[in-house]
Design a protein around this ligand. Sequence first.
Ligand code: UD1
Length: 389
Amino acid sequence: MIKLITIIGARPQIIKAAALSRAISNYFTTQIEEVIVHTGQHYDDNMSAVFFKELQIPQPKYNLNVGSNSHGQQTAQMIQGIEAILINENPNAVVLYGDTNSTLAGAMATCKLNIPIIHIEAGIRSFNKQMPEEVNRIITDHVSTLMFVPTQKGIENLKIEGFNINTKIPYSNNNPGVFLCGDVMYDNSLYFSKVADKNTNIIQNNQLIKNNYILATIHRNQNTDEPARLNAIFESFITIANQHQIDIVMPLHPRTHKLIQTNLKYELLQKVLNHQHIKIIPPATFIEMIALEKNCFLIMTDSGGVQKEAYYFEKPCIILREETEWIELVEIGAAIVTDTDVSKILEAYQKLSHLNSFNDTKMYGDGKAAEYICNEIIKHCSLKISSNN
Ligand code: UD1
């Protein structure tokens, strides 16, 4: 039996973990035992607990309850807690997702104990090291033993950083295995799409008209913490809502909710809070989010995951950042990067409002990334176990 420790902590990686846990419980229970560690980076029910229930993720055996803090303190507390658990559990490998501080802490604690790291969503780059996530994923990739890469672009990124894409087993962190596997979030979106079709209360409860509202999400610290950027984003929302008489629904991350109070100009904040077309709602569950995505007209976001989900459900997307890791979306014309420039946002809206077809390419795999990953883990870890005996 292969023992994997999965480390999660922030909303997107809790959702990503659902795909692998589902594949393990459907097909690999006799070969893989998964122990889940929650760092507690996200702790509000609607940022964490709700996903365990809704996506049927096994309950974490450990919760470090680190909560919010400066990045240094938060990461340090996680490293300390994870190290103690790894020593106690002695797993064959540790599974890490994406690029959050929980990912970085997992990578640091694990590599120092010489335990193999399996990085899911490896190779993704924004080429902007001002983003905490960019630093976290680069470091994690460079100490990993198995790298599961969602896109061809990710493979190219790793080649540029000197990774040999054709390594052979036995893999190690000096000779990592690199696999193009598709996106586990595509697995999840396909799997939960039908469930979302039967759970559309969020559309009715907010009086949204199908295919006639915009879905917007904002949570990146570059946007929330810089008043000029946050004001520009909300000014563009007001302009679009006024010009097109269209609703904009915004499930708001707790950090954005706090920061609009202090960082938006008083007049703009009042307009936003009292606008008949601007609907600020609490963070949505994953299934609610899919329902909102499937039924909207267009998406505006600074989230990486939501950009891809827009594409999965054939909705055009305005990316409210300086760059994107998912550059293939821009290359096929499904998304436009506008940063927080009001005139670029308005121009992109005009252009994307008339987009009526999507290239049906399989840019993010076949919806079975998690099964593929499990099979590769079994191949690698079985070899490692037999060579240790
Ligand atoms: C983290 C990830 C980001 C990911 C995002 C998804 C890092 C560096 N960033 O950002 O990549 O896209 O999660 O949501 O790891 N807060 C609450 N309740 C919570 C969690 C956070 O109120 O349950 C508030 C706190 O004020 C906190 C702030 O949000 O200080 C930021 O939380 P944090 O976990 O540091 O980063 P995120 O912005 O959520």
